[in-house]
Ligand binder design. Structure first.
Ligand code: ATP
Ligand code: MG
Length: 584
């Protein structure tokens, strides 16, 4: 099954997809060419993400364009123009400077998706300090872990979050000098400062200091799907990837309204929820509220969103709503929908066509890669179930480990192996904070090993198989959970599925599925047998699940990813492991 939405429906496109222009020039892609589309700091002072995202637009004709269109939980809204954003982020940068923060010092945020968070992120980058967002729904312990591991000097948060989650452990954070409270009208004792007061007093004039492209800009913790989260460090040079992927994958055009539903607590919410759209001078929607099917459809229609970036977990929840309710919304402005974070089941791509009038474009990347690496570009055929093809400037391969420090590239198509990337793309992580050994282990034989298993077909499309840790070995077969989950998802009763390998004396591991049902379907032995039969027909008896358990909901981490390791630990009666990122 192949979809080619743009050729079918060219009038839905205001201009040609950007990648077509790139393809015209053939293999001439170069990062230098991308660099030449950015400005650089005046007087040769280097390359700074915030200058490219904010100041260069504010000083030009985009000054009065809306940069951030913020939608509050309580239905209030606030539009921040590029001009306003420049002034506000400069004030914030001045506050940091006054508090003695400079290059490399970490500023953490712990807040919902409020405008102050976005201003702090960009102001921190202006000051060449390191921005580290923490997810606001974390409890005290995961927050303490990250503040401590991240050497946070400053924390921006709310009064309630501070009192409830940080204050009890504050004495164990000697490096944390100041806490900026977004909702305090006055300064207090113990380094508690009122952000509104500081902002009012700070100057709007700020000159960004010299920024080496290799200066660290962002510290991002991974999602903790497979274990303790790791702190990935990214440099200002990542701006090249953020810009390039905005251009070719998200396909930004002037006048676009973009909405990325991810929270900046996850890397998607930073690279694409803050930086990439601003680099292109378009309008970025920020919704403070959490998932709500009706609200989301209202935003897509009412705010005339043209490019939408979301995740499989949200799409699966919309799918539970059915097709008809979604079709009642006026989505004629919507041009491209993208998904990331987990494999996108082919069923979801097809649902997109029926409900949104367009397929959903899957793309793949990780906290470590800093930006999208493999994608179904709007300009190319979509293969449902495939994560697409590597981006210009990105070399990806399927490899097999042949020793401790050697790998072999598998050239033959359709062979499963580890997904690897050739190091050197601009947003490649520059380290795991305080874990040099672990960082080094990721690079073998001239490749960065992603820890994901995949295969590449004869046309160069990559297909996700599973995380190396999740692969099931049954009767001599290697089974990727994604394939089994996608087959189950095709059954009309199934809303979500999570598949694990359960140790078994005869077959090694037995394929076991956990299934959540759509409304209107009840768990029963008949349904269990029917699902096993349904999966056998599609996958064959060797791969189909032998056991199925029904669950009201599958355990997910706060980034919305199914936590197979937890399903497995609980099935086997083992300790849960690190649960700091588990969704409530
Ligand atoms: P941790 O590394 O702490 O276990 P995590 O890997 O979930 O957590 P992220 O960096 O947020 O942390 O997620 C990246 C991973 O998400 C990828 O390595 C891959 O396993 C999965 N992923 C992301 N996008 C896709 C996609 N389009 N298809 C399949 N898997 C995806
Ligand atoms: Mg990972």
């Amino acid at each position: 099954m192949v979809f080619n939405p743009i050729y079918k429906n060219p009038e839905s496109y205001p201009q040609r997809p950007n990648l077509l222009d790139y393809e015209k020039t053939g293999d001439t892609f170069s990062w230098q060419a991308m660099r030449s589309e950015l400005d650089g700091l005046p007087e040769g002072r280097g390359l700074n993400i915030a200058h490219e995202a904010v100041d260069r637009h504010a000083d030009g004709e985009r000054k009065n364009r809306v940069a951030l269109q913020w939608l509050g939980r309580d239905d209030t809204s606030r539009a921040v123009t590029y001009g306003d954003l420049k002034a506000q982020t400069s004030r914030f940068a001045n506050i940091l400077r006054q508090l003695g923060l400079g290059k490399g010092d970490t500023v953490c945020t712990l807040a919902g998706r409020i405008p102050e968070l976005y201003i702090a992120a960009l102001g921190t980058l202006k000051n060449t300090s390191v921005f580290c967002p923490l997810f606001s729904a974390f409890g005290p312990e995961p927050i303490y872990q990250r503040l401590s591991k991240g050497d946070a000097r400053i924390l921006l948060t709310t009064e309630a979050d501070y009192r409830g989650k940080v204050e009890p452990l504050r004495n164990r954070l000697p490096k944390l000098k100041h806490v900026l409270l977004v909702d305090a009208s006055d300064h207090g004792a113990g380094g508690l400062l009122s952000l509104p007061r500081l902002m009012a007093e700070a100057s709007e004039a700020y000159t960004i200091p010299h920024t080496d492209p290799e200066d660290i800009a962002v510290l991002h913790f991974t999602s903790g799907t497979t274990g303790m989260p790791k702190g990935a460090l990214h440099a200002h040079n990542a701006v090249l990837t953020h810009y390039m992927t905005g251009k070719y994958v998200l396909d930004f055009h002037p006048g676009d309204v973009f909405w990325c539903t991810a929270d900046p607590g996850w890397v998607t919410g930073t690279s694409y929820g803050i930086l990439s759209p601003l680099l292109h001078g378009i309008t970025n929607i920020v919704d403070e509220a959490d998932f709500d099917a009706g609200r989301w459809c209202d935003i897509l229609a009412g705010r005339k969103v043209s490019v939408w970036y979301t995740a499989p977990t949200a799409i699966r929840r919309l799918m539970r709503m059915g097709i008809e309710p979604v079709r009642t919304y006026d989505l004629r402005h919507l041009r491209v929908v993208h998904s990331v974070g987990e494999p996108l089941n082919p069923e979801a791509v097809v649902w997109g066509i029926k409900a949104l009038g367009m397929p959903i474009h899957d793309n793949w990347w990780q906290t470590e890669t800093g930006g999208i690496m493999i994608a179904n570009f709007p300009a190319m055929e979509i293969r449902p179930g495939s994560m697409g093809r590597p981006l210009p400037g990105i070399e990806a391969a399927i490899v097999r480990r042949t020793g401790n420090d050697a790998v072999e590239v598998i050239d033959a198509p359709d062979v499963q192996g580890e997904l690897a990337l050739r190091p050197g793309w601009p947003s490649m992580f520059r380290g795991y904070l305080h874990d040099e050994a672990r960082y080094r282990k990721c690079f073998v034989g001239g490749w960065y090993l992603t820890g994901d298993l995949a295969r590449r077909d004869a046309d160069g499309y990559f297909w996700f198989v599973g995380r190396a840790d999740d692969i099931i070995k049954t009767s001599g077969h290697m089974v990727g959970p994604f394939e089994v989950e996608s087959a189950l998802m095709q059954h009309p009763a199934v809303a979500e599925a999570g598949v694990i390998g359960k140790p078994h004396p005869l077959v090694g591991e037995l394929v076991k599925a956990f299934v959540a049902l759509k409304p209107g379907h009840a768990a029963s032995d008949e349904l269990r047998l029917e699902l096993i039969g349904f999966a056998r027909k599609r996958l064959g008896p060797a791969v189909a699940p032998k056991e199925i358990d029904f669950k009201t909901d599958l355990p997910k981490n706060k980034a919305g990813k199914i936590m197979r390791r937890l399903l497995k630990a609980r099935e086997l009666g083992l300790p849960d492991g690190d649960l700091s990122t588990l969704e409530d």
